[in-house]
Design a protein. Structure first.
Length: 202
């Protein structure tokens, strides 16, 4: 690959990262061409992408994106799984790693929030935005115009609040992740109010 080709790879990867909410860094040891193709198919089915590139080029592509903090994770035979959905790439990568030990989860980032391997695995347990939308459809169909249930003494859950959480998926996913990690998140955070109530009632 000559210099102009490398520059093109960096530009394309940088442009792609600008449109993503989540990046997962993986390390693969001995994945065959067939296994890699299978992983890519599963990523596409989850509306995520999987790209193997040289570490130096990947670090260059991170510059100017919200994922610059991931640069130090690019050591050894790494690859990038990414998605616009703040959960999809994590679910696809972790599911595959659980089935094939040749793929290792290194870490990643949801927006500018850096996550270690355990953080990515915790994120993978959450519903994707598509799954949340499916739940929303069922809630609206079953509950109709229900005003909502009470959480902490305040009306915090209902179709309007769930719609808000889905439409603000990035922020909502961060709050979900923090909640599932057991953090003492301030109740004044509107993301937390909506998402905690949703988790208790979905």
């Amino acid at each position: 690959m000559d210099r102009s080709q490398k520059q093109k790879v960096v530009e394309l990867l940088n442009q792609s990262l600008q449109t993503k909410s989540l990046v997962v860094i993986t390390r693969q040891s001995g994945l065959s061409a067939g296994e890699t193709a299978d992983l890519r198919r599963k990523m596409r089915a989850a509306d995520a992408t999987f790209k193997v590139t040289k570490n130096r080029l990947a670090r260059l592509a991170l510059k100017g994106t919200q994922f610059e903090g991931l640069a130090d994770m690019f050591k050894g035979p790494t690859a990038i799984a990414s998605s616009a959905d703040p959960v999809a790439a994590a679910k696809a990568a972790v599911d595959y790693a659980n089935q094939n030990e040749k793929l290792e989860i290194v870490g990643g980032a949801m927006g500018s929030k850096m996550l270690d391997a355990d953080g990515i695995k915790a994120l993978a347990k959450l519903p994707s935005l598509n799954e949340l939308r499916g739940k929303l459809d069922r809630i609206v169909a079953l509950e109709g115009t229900r005003r909502g249930v009470f959480f902490g003494g305040d009306a915090a859950f209902g179709p309007k609040n769930i719609i808000w959480s889905v439409e603000h998926g990035h922020q909502a996913a961060i709050s979900i992740h923090r909640y599932c990690q057991g953090e003492d998140v301030a109740q004044s955070d509107p993301n937390t109010q909506h998402v905690e109530a949703a988790l208790r009632n979905l």
